[in-house]
Design a protein around this ligand. Structure first.
Ligand code: PLP
Length: 232
């Protein structure tokens, strides 16, 4: 087996074990393979092993890979910071965006989503640990934003995304995930169609699944350490 094949099987097992532990069906949790800095060949290898959802952070890098892999049935998610002058290619070339944190960006994505494509799936990014200089809206801003976004026909608001503060303290880690779970539950009272909690990365897949993650975004555990000097 290649490294990617054995790591893929390990990550899949980790997800299954934590679903069992949390008494959740395996079908509840989707693996999003985070392929920033990885080559189109690496993405193709993982895709041919059965992985369908891939997440990218850097627009130009993502567009290059999409072009190289145009014949593959990959579902692309944009998970990186969004500049307002870069919304059009995102609206045109992705199925999901996890990193929307303000109305201006959502409005542009809605206007620029081609009418012949299905609505763009949106997660609102929440700065759940209240970190300075971190992307994401505050917890208080979430419901008013979702109320606005629900008006855009070319968007389908699916739920919330977070990158909690990096910490070695399992209690602190769990608190952030629990806060996200509660926040989604509050939003679901007004918007019962919300079904997505995008949280958990290589280092915290388990605690995220315990607290209701429906998408875990995993890079390093699938592909190995990132080497930014090779960034394509
Ligand atoms: C890079 C990245 C990930 C994956 O992180 P790993 O620790 O490599 O699993 C997940 N989410 C976002 C938003 C990222 O930028």
């Amino acid at each position: 087996m290649t490294d990617i094949a054995s790591q893929f099987s390990q990550v899949t097992q980790t997800i299954e074990q934590h679903c069992q532990h949390a008494q959740r069906p395996i079908s509840d949790v989707q693996l999003l393979a985070v392929s920033k800095t990885r080559s189109a060949d690496q993405v193709a290898e993982l895709h041919h092993l059965g992985q369908i959802h891939f997440g990218e952070n850097y627009l130009q890098e993502a567009l290059d890979k999409q072009e190289a892999l145009a014949n593959e049935k990959i579902i692309w998610h944009f998970i990186g910071p969004i500049q307002s002058n870069k919304t059009r290619p995102i609206a045109e070339n992705f199925s999901w965006v996890h990193s929307v944190d303000r109305l201006k960006i959502a409005k542009r994505l809605a206007e620029q989503r081609p009418a012949e494509l299905a609505p763009l799936n949106i997660c609102l990014q929440v700065n759940i640990s209240n970190e300075e200089n971190k992307a994401g809206c505050s917890a208080q801003e979430v419901l008013p934003l979702i109320n606005e976004l629900a008006n855009f026909k070319q968007l389908r608001v699916r739920g919330l995304m977070a990158i909690p503060k990096a910490t070695d303290d399992p209690h602190e880690q769990q608190q952030a995930f629990t806060a996200m779970k509660q926040l989604l539950a509050q939003c679901q009272e007004n918007h019962p169609q919300l079904d997505t909690l995008s949280m958990g990365m290589s280092g915290d897949i388990g605690p995220a699944i315990d607290q209701g993650a429906t998408i875990v975004r995993v890079g390093t555990a699938l592909f190995g350490p990132r080497d930014y000097s090779n960034k394509v």
